[in-house]
Design a protein around this ligand. Sequence first.
Ligand code: NAP
Ligand code: MG
Length: 464
Amino acid sequence: MKAHDGMYIGGEWRPAAGRDTIAVVNPADEQVIGHVPAGTPEDVDAAVRAARAAFPAWAATAPAERAARIGALRDVLVARQDEIAETITAELGSPLKFSRLVHAGVPPLVAGSYAELAAAHPFEETVGNSTVLSEPVGVVGAITPWNYPLHQIVAKVAPALAAGCTVVLKPAEDTPLTAQLFAEATADAGLPAGVFNLVTGVGPVAGQALAGHDGVDLVSFTGSTAVGRQIGAVAGAAVKRVALELGGKSANVILPSADLAKAVSVGVANVMGNSGQTCSAWTRMLVHRDQYDEAVGLAAAAATKYTPGERMGPLVNAKQLDRVRGYIEKGVEEGARLVAGGPEAPFERGYYVSPTVFADVTPDMTIAQEEIFGPVVSVIAYEDEEDALRIANGTVYGLGGAVWAGEESEAAAFARRMDTGQVDINGGRFNPLAPFGGYKQSGVGRELGSHGLAEYLQTKSLQF
Ligand code: NAP
Ligand code: MG
């Protein structure tokens, strides 16, 4: 894998301020595949200065020109799709087929949607005797995780660019090569120097310096609730805009009228895809008491199809592996019944766990409350619809979810009562324009579509 040994700042690859590097590891075989520089506060400062310098001119470009650059960026992402998929497979470990379809397939859709929105958005509106202007917030500090490494970058950078903001990105230390590829793509797309800048590094150093930098006007963070809380506090103290996309513990609610086999198999696939490392994964499967045993059997059978090393990749690193195995052990300790998988590692090498299904899970168990971020499904029985709703809403999170019923209208009526930001009805398809984000402790703000664009805009009204 090709790795740059510098930071992408002001339109060029510049030597890092310090000497420390981060080793990038392939989680499938634990081999080091490259090194990138570990950014310091000095690197962050240089990148923020470059973004500030580029801001006035970029903010003043016509929306059609910004749309054209974002469209060019989409085209580069399409042209380099194979290389992107291979890079993500190498540093995240997802099977190449999944990398192609999802990790490399979704970002061009999102970039394309912002090319269109940049051109079509009403940046000026008349309200009675006022003209209301939507202006870019300024310099954006974007901090992203490793689980959807390119999607999470594009879901922040594309709307920021559409709004007229400039960006400094600090990507996850586990997946910096994808971020370097993205930086190359912004250059290929003809973005002016300084509009997009990249500082690789670790969270507590480079990430913290970026979140706390005076020259950053908005911090957009995706990752754990623990770090999100700290970033929210720092931003609050500085009266700075902040968007937080945090964890989840989403429910897959299967109503008695649903096609049970389909709801279970799609539900299991939703969790096993990306090895369970999806913030909105439907990790709690809620099934009516009368259908419980049948659903447990179907879920166990569906899970065993996700053979580690073939249909399912490893977890991203050794720490996540320990964490997930710890949760599986905790589930057993608290009295849940393993019907597939378990805490034993399937291979000696690589950070793999087996696809795991727990039955006899009660809503208060640790595995039903905390985000595991691994391929673990908990099947929970409910007595009636009110009970299902109480269980579905009974965590501190509210990011995603699913409802299945014989009729869409029945499922939608249930979904309206859920305390969560996004619900798929009978297996609804991904929509790059649908706002994505959390209720409760799953976050603040929305990404994607026009709601995602609005995060990067501030309004000014002129009265006549
Ligand atoms: P994390 O530590 O919150 O990482 C997210 C991003 O924040 C990374 O770029 C990280 O850098 C950076 N960061 C870490 N500490 C920071 C700080 N003090 N100030 C500023 N930035 C900081 O998450 P993680 O360690 O990768 O994963 C831990 C857990 O978070 C997972 O098990 C999962 O529950 C959750 N998670 C959720 C999502 C989601 O999409 N909602 C995504 C990933 C993880 P480093 O890469 O150097 O840590
Ligand atoms: Mg971390």
